[in-house]
Design a protein around this ligand. Sequence first.
Ligand code: PLP
Length: 374
Amino acid sequence: ESFFSSTPRIPKDAIFALTAQYKSDSSPIKVNLGQGTYQDDAGQPWILPAVAEARRRVQNRKLVHEYLPILGLPEFRHAACRMVIGQPAFDSVSSRIASSQALSGTGSLHLAASLIKTCSSLKPTIWIPEPTWSNHHLVFGSLGFKCRSFPYYDFERKSLDFDSYRTMLQSAEPKSIVVLHACAHNPTGCDPTKEQWREIGETMKQRQLFPLFDAAYLGFNSGNIDDDAYAIRLFVNELDMEAAVCVSFAKNMGLYGERVGCSFLVTRNADFAVNTESVLERLQRSVVSNPPAYGAKIAGTILNDDKLRNIWNDDMVTMCSRIKEMRQALYEQLLVNDAPGDWTHIIKQSGMFSFLGLPLEIVIKLRAPHLHGR
Ligand code: PLP
């Protein structure tokens, strides 16, 4: 008799299962269109020149493997918050920020949601766009939040369904939380316009809804952090709202496996920031004790050095431009090959993803004749 005899078998995570299928395929001309990781023309992971240089500097400084503080590497997390909020606003906002290094974007979302659950007067209801990154429901659901979806994408018109967005904002119970993809929405590549962001922010403020920004792709829309942080800065700096911001450096620094992230909360005053940061520290201690050091040292080195920041900016432009070119090439080939329908949505999208909007049966039908060795 086992203590675990009634344990159910959970299906594998869809994205990682697809990657495993991809790896086991023996075709020499395969491409992995599933996982959101940037690769170069040879289908290889790209180590950003800024990261390569920062790695050299970290090693030269005599890399040690001591524990970081519970809240993480201070120069990394402060620089990450400054990067998102931007100067000069950061000078006046910084004392109202509670922050912690976290395990990349996923860990940042988990930490922010744990904080909200532990010590806020917000309701345990969280509104999530549909479609969204597949892990949102799991992260928030595992913490006991009631996850509510609202249609984000109009599959007919292949664009943002702003009417439905507005309806959700008008009807959501005050003090509920709304998950906002800060930019480069995963998977649709379709973001609100600046005017729409303003309406979203103003309505949320007026209706007492709390913004939880998932900022996993800053730099991927425009190649520029300042432009891509537009919505966060609008809500925090201009509309003067409280907000949680969950930043990942997995994509924009290509540090996927190093798990470099930062979770921060902008509160109403400095006292609330000190208190909420103490809760962040307690929560972090109970789960990871202290976060991993190596990636944070690399990211911190880049963020705190003007020369490396410039190289990194160029790196983001490189990634963004290649993705744009790929999107354009796909669009042109669809036209050349007389694919029925309108494909302009592909070149209108931005960020890491190209959302074809094809039904599952068609995707499977397209893929089936090309599977090798399985
Ligand atoms: N948020 C979104 C929208 C994502 O697409 C991802 C990763 O694909 C993440 C968060 C988390 O990524 P990570 O935990 O690797 O930083």
